[in-house]
Unconditional design. Structure first.
Length: 557
């Protein structure tokens, strides 16, 4: 990567002049609507990974994205992002299952260019331990790292955005509070990761605020004064300790994204490990909502019926469902024709998740997460032609679910966690034509996986973990020529021995064509990760394979 001195070199070194001209031509060639979106990227620290959703939300609330006929502003913003990607101004480094960018990065050369132009136009300023002043007309202020006892000595009345990156020292709160107290025109406030235990009262005097993120803070309570922020469109409380919202949130009629949950990985953690928030009667009045996660189904509250009134919903997660909620929740989901992501979870592992009352599922559904006991998969799953990803967690299915899924034309990601109790999974010949990722976790009765001829031809990653009775690697795996990664996690030693070529394992030849083969096991209070491929390389010199030692806890589900 290019280093920090690149900016001065671009200004002073003749060798870079032609490059600078090319960069400027690329920028000047941008349509008028893309220029502010691209300049906005100067707020990010060097080499910082840019989250697609966060960037789009900020563009929208900054007013960079204009509504178009028959298109949401989110769709328009997404098209802006794709234009920048197609012009190689943003480089994706991680993708979603549907092929869209999940994380991206801007090249250092372009970053220096937009930093320079943003400073010239008083768009952006960065405050860090080395640079503690900014122009008074700055509109976007970005705070990086340790700020110490920085005293605000500049006007911030023109400020429209305040964002923090890696500001973790408690002394920085004084500086942040000073800025908030004088920035009454703020539209975007992102304090993620800041050392906050409570929300500063000055936040609730920012009456123009449209975007508020307190993600990854220690905030426990959302005050009733949140109702003052009538313009708020996005409220991000992910990874906080907030579990209840005040009824005053119903005053936020423009709210489109309500994100309240503390998400953790499911593997090796108890069933109830991702708390959401206790919903309240009247939530159906927030008709602009597009994302509502994670709400808890409170018995007798009428919440599940009100969800059906939120016709703009694209993403919905409901926790703590009971069997008796089946008819109501299905009736509501059936009304959500724009829904793209649905996550349903029962109150306890063995509580039945009843989906039998749903006859016409949302036609645009792309992601489906089902957690809780399902007696039988509903037939409508076969009709989800837009489905890209599906998770079965603790579903305890007794019937092979693959026959319901094998003809879905766009399915690329399939995961089971305690999802199936049968002895065999059979991928029929020629089925699962687009599947790229398959994860089989803690299928305790599973003894055999068979891959028919021409099935899963595009599979790129296969993960098998904690399937204690599985006797061999999947039959037919040797024909999966696109398989790049094969991972085994906490599998029996006897199983792993069949894959080790130096031990003359019977199945070693079946996985010899796969570039990366790993197995992970628990030893002496830590996880040990071995590469079978390194063992092959080192076999002649009698060295052991590459090992990574990862400390952690080994909990049972």
């Amino acid at each position: 990567m290019l280093n920090h001195s690149l900016g001065p070199e671009l200004d002073s070194n003749d060798k870079f002049e032609s490059m600078r001209i090319v960069l400027l031509l690329s920028f000047n060639d941008l349509p008028y609507y893309l220029k502010p979106c691209f300049l906005y990227l100067s707020i990010y620290p060097e080499d910082h990974l840019i989250e697609r959703n966060t960037l789009i939300y900020r563009w929208i609330t900054e007013g960079f994205v204009k509504q178009k006929v028959r298109r949401t502003v989110e769709d328009v913003a997404d098209s802006y992002l794709n234009e920048l990607i197609n012009r190689s101004l943003i480089h994706p480094v991680q993708y979603n299952d549907d092929g869209s960018m999940k994380l991206g990065r801007i090249h250092d050369l372009y970053r220096e260019l937009i930093l320079s132009k943003s400073r010239d136009d008083n768009f952006t300023a960065t405050v860090d331990e080395h640079n503690k002043l900014w122009p008074e007309k700055t509109r976007w202020l970005s705070m990086h790292g340790m700020l110490g006892n920085l005293q605000v000595k500049r006007s911030v009345t023109k400020l429209r955005s305040l964002l923090t990156f890696g500001v973790a020292d408690p002394q920085s709160l004084s500086c942040i509070s000073q800025v908030l107290g004088s920035s009454r025109m703020l539209r975007v406030l992102d304090l993620r990761g800041a050392p906050l235990n409570m929300i500063p009262e000055t936040v609730f005097q920012l009456f123009h605020l449209r975007y508020l993120s307190l993600r990854n803070t220690n905030v426990k309570v959302l005050p009733r004064s949140i109702g003052r922020l009538k313009q708020l469109e996005i409220l991000d409380l992910k990874q906080t300790y907030v579990t209840e919202l005040p009824v005053e949130i119903l005053k936020l009629e423009n709210l489109r994204h309500l994100l309240v949950y503390s998400h953790v990985s499911y593997s090796y953690l108890p069933y109830n490990c991702s708390p959401g928030f206790k919903a309240f009667r009247g939530i159906g009045a927030l008709r602009a909502l597009q994302k509502l996660v994670y709400i808890e189904a409170t018995p007798g509250s009428g919440i599940l019926k009100e969800v059906g009134m939120l016709g703009e919903l694209r993403r919905l997660c409901i926790l703590k469902l009971r069997k008796e909620d089946g008819w109501t929740v299905c009736s509501s989901i059936q009304k959500l024709h724009k829904l793209e992501s649905l996550n349903l979870k029962s109150v306890e592992e063995h509580e039945i998740l009843d989906l039998s009352y749903l006859s016409s599922p949302p036609p645009l559904l792309q992601r489906l997460y089902l957690t809780g006991h399902i007696v039988m998969l509903p037939a409508w799953i076969q009709d989800l032609n837009s489905l890209v990803k599906i998770y079965f967690r603790w579903t305890h299915l007794t019937e092979d679910p693959l026959k319901y899924l094998q003809d879905l034309p766009n399915l690329v990601h399939l995961e089971f966690l305690v999802g199936y109790t049968g002895k065999e999974l059979y991928f029929e010949q020629g089925k699962f034509q687009r599947l790229k990722l398959l994860n089989l976790d803690k299928l305790e009765g599973l003894r055999q996986v068979t891959i028919g001829e021409g099935a899963v031809p595009h599979l790129e990653k296969l993960v098998i973990q904690r399937c204690a009775l599985l006797e061999t690697v999947p039959t037919g795996i040797e024909y999966l020529l696109n398989l790049k990664v094969l991972e085994f996690f906490d599998m029996p030693d006897e199983f792993i021995m069949t894959l080790r070529p130096e031990k003359l394992g019977a199945d070693a030849w079946k996985v010899s064509h796969i570039p990366e083969v790993f197995y992970t096991y628990w030893r002496d209070g830590c996880w040990m990760v071995h590469s079978l491929k390194e063992k092959e390389k080192n076999q002649i010199s009698d060295q052991s394979g590459a090992v990574t030692r990862t400390y952690g806890r080994r909990n049972s589900l």
